[in-house]
Design a protein around this ligand. Structure first.
Ligand code: CA
Length: 413
């Protein structure tokens, strides 16, 4: 959705398609800078042709006048080009995403806005702790909503071309937002990649799913009051298929001898069937009865395991990164009074860089385990190739690829 649905975390959807933590979180120290003249020249060419396309989309001359004030932002391009370069392991991401401070601040926010959360839960059927967790991750409960001029950021990314069509669509949507009077160009601010407001909606997500919850006639996710933004996030999740009363998932323990080929999002069983295989809740409680679920190992067999439900998939619509969705779910659990994740993580492993993931794909394919492409993204085909390699070498087939696996491939093992 939002690219990150807003980029829900500053960059949510930007992280789409990656199996390992590939999360970009907002950096409060970061400031956009105008670009040098080389980039400006091509930007001006793009802008001239964009004006025509925007007119063809029905944007009025009055609204188009705001394009006179936009500037290409060099730092936005830098960010876009480096965002996938480094990734952090899921446990490192969770330390920041579900820190004690974020839990404390979230509990205070829930108290302060208890009446608002009552009304949102009643209308949308989405648990308040989930909405609060998204709010906490996207903007630190409204404290870090982003101060980059959204029109300039989107125009910079549209003109740069790497995903130009996507960002041009977002820019047109942003202009329509202005046309409709929900906010003004001066207040249209957010992350470096165009995600806006308390819950970091991209413009197209805003258009489709934002709501005027406080009834003042404008859908305003930028103002200090979070009413419209939080209700919009609830509306987004309801639209994504959120099932009221169903958890996102919970931590589990796996029995000795567990068949790790069963840890696959495509393999769904009800809880009792998993229990019959020796899967148990990590907190010792009895298995609930919420429907079919799958086993997720975000850091392979050496890390925590989770049983995840359809609501996990609903959260993925906000941001597809496993680490993000687990962080939202776990933060929500902590805000509700639950305890920390109990399993250890493979602390000795580090996540692969983008170039290393490409190298891994080349080496796997050369060794006869075809990844069906070399794109640097650990998707289903690459996971299948990793599992096949692990099985052939007598390793646990968890489909997880830390640096130690790349080292084995480099050594020709
Ligand atoms: Ca409103």
């Amino acid at each position: 959705m939002m690219r990150r649905h807003a980029m829900l975390i500053g960059s949510l959807i930007l992280a789409a398609g990656t199996a390992m933590a590939e999360i970009v979180v907002p950096d409060p120290e970061w400031e956009p800078r105008p670009v040098d003249t080389t980039i400006s020249a091509s930007f001006d060419d793009w802008l001239a042709s964009f004006r025509q396309r925007a007119r063809n989309e029905g944007i009025s001359a009055e609204t188009l006048a705001v394009l006179g004030d936009i500037r290409p932002l060099e730092s936005v391009i830098e960010r876009d080009r480096t965002q996938f370069e480094f990734s952090r392991p899921v446990w490192v991401y969770l330390e920041t995403a579900v820190s004690d401070a974020r839990i404390d601040n979230g509990r205070r926010a829930l108290e302060r806005h208890a009446g608002l959360f009552d009304r949102i839960e009643a209308q949308y059927g989405v648990d308040r702790h989930i909405i609060a967790a998204i709010w906490g991750l996207e903007s630190a409960y409204g404290a870090v909503r982003g101060d980059t001029d959204t029109l300039s950021a989107l125009a910079t990314l549209a003109a740069d071309g790497r995903r130009g069509a996507f960002f041009e669509t977002q820019l047109i949507a942003a202009l329509r937002i202005l046309e409709n009077g929900d906010t003004t160009a001066e207040r249209l601010r957010g992350s470096w990649a165009g995600a806006m407001g308390h819950t970091q909606f991209m413009p197209t997500s805003f258009e489709a799913l934002a709501v005027d919850f406080d009834g003042d006639g404008r859908r305003d996710i930028w103002e200090d009051a979070p009413d419209d933004a939080l209700a919009s996030a609830a509306n987004f999740l309801r639209n994504a298929g959120w099932k009221s009363g169903q958890p996102w998932g919970f931590e589990i323990t796996l029995p000795d001898g567990f068949d790790y080929m069963q840890a696959d999002r495509r393999i769904l069983r009800d809880e009792q069937a998993w229990a019959a295989m020796g899967v148990a809740r990590a907190d010792g409680a009895a298995m609930p009865d919420h429907g079919r679920a799958s086993v997720l190992l975000p850091a392979g067999a050496g890390g925590a395991a989770f049983l995840v439900y359809d609501n996990f998939a609903a959260l993925e619509r906000y941001n597809t990164a496993d680490a993000y969705v687990i962080a939202v779910g776990h933060l929500a659990d902590r805000l509700r009074g639950g305890g920390p994740i109990t399993s250890d993580w493979p602390y000795g492993d580090r996540a692969l860089t983008f170039e290393e993931r490409r190298e891994l794909q080349r080496l796997l394919s050369a060794a006869g385990f075809d990844t069906l492409g070399v794109d640097g993204l650990i998707g289903p085909n690459t996971v299948n190739a990793i599992r096949a390699y692990q099985q052939a070498r007598g390793l646990i087939p968890d489909g997880y690829a830390p640096a130690s696996l790349l080292d084995r491939l480099r050594a020709g093992e």
